[in-house]
Design a protein around this ligand. Structure first.
Ligand code: NDP
Length: 247
């Protein structure tokens, strides 16, 4: 099934393509034949995928001008963007009374403002073409609180709120907007948290589910499912978690 009316798969932008969910999504969408613009800071990781028709650009998504320029380069090579997967994110867990506030800044800069930079880079073109898909990766932590997650939960609630509002705004232009909200996924995400006690607790929480959480491939499959619907069908949100994840 294709989301487009033409036979050739169109350009898709993926942020955070160097690891985890973004990397798995890049592999799946490439296998479906899509040209890709892959964005993350670690260029070597994206190049190592050796995907055909993939422009890999080392980028901090907080750099709005560089983001816009990267999309323009990809469009010059592959034609208009049909979808963006705003996936890049950071999770720096901490107890708010002791956490370095710079970690809050980082999470809101990347998870919220960086994601909005992605929306900015593609939305005007999609509106003009009256087609397109914007998929924002939120979290179960965009629906409910977890211990030591205050700023992260705040950033993900922001993603869910702005995505729903964006969906309403874009619907008049025939542009789909989708929230993907995963529970715990086995990726590098926890690795950037600096508090070792919190990391240990997080691992213990995963073990309480039998050590089996979602894989990055599971989430990539949900993203592809939403994208592969006809343009007239908008899967507004997919919330998915390991069966044994209670919270
Ligand atoms: P990973 O840490 O494996 O991947 C995060 C990706 O984001 C990396 O490719 C990283 O690339 C990129 N990234 C981080 N900061 C920036 C930046 N400033 N500019 C560009 N790219 C950046 O984690 P996941 O795959 O798990 O995370 C993907 C998304 O899924 C995130 O939004 C996360 O919040 C969300 N999520 C994850 C869950 C989980 O349990 N893992 C659960 C729910 C949601 P690089 O370092 O090369 O720049």
């Amino acid at each position: 099934m294709s989301s487009t009316t033409t036979s050739s798969p169109r350009l898709i932008v993926i942020t955070g393509a160097s690891s985890g969910i973004g990397l798995a999504t890049a592999q799946k969408l490439s296998a479906l034949g899509h040209p890709l613009l892959l964005l993350a800071r670690r260029l070597d990781r994206m190049q190592a995928l050796k995907l055909p028709n993939a422009l890999c650009v080392p980028l901090d998504i907080c750099d709005r001008a560089a983001f816009v320029a990267a999309v323009a380069s990809a469009e010059a090579q592959f034609g208009p963007v049909d979808a963006i997967i705003n996936n890049a994110g950071v999770m720096l867990l901490g107890e708010v009374s002791t956490q370095d506030p710079e970690q809050w800044d980082r999470m809101f800069d990347v998870n919220v403002k960086g994601l909005l930079n992605g929306v900015h880079a593609v939305s005007a073109g999609m509106v003009a073409r009256r087609t397109g898909t914007i998929i924002n990766v939120g979290s179960v932590a965009g629906h409910k609180a977890f211990p030591n997650h205050v700023a992260y939960v705040g950033s993900k609630f922001a993603v869910h709120g702005l995505t729903e509002n964006l969906r309403e705004e874009m619907s008049a232009h025939n542009v789909r907007v989708v929230t993907i909200a995963p529970g715990a996924v086995e990726t590098e995400l926890l690795g950037h948290t600096t508090d070792e006690g919190i990391k240990t607790g997080y691992h213990a929480w995963k073990e309480s589910m039998g050590g089996v959480v979602l894989s990055a491939d599971d989430v990539a499959a949900a993203i592809c499912y939403a994208y592969q619907q006809p343009q007239g069908v908008c899967i507004r949100e997919i919330v998915l978690a390991a069966t044994r994840q209670q919270a």
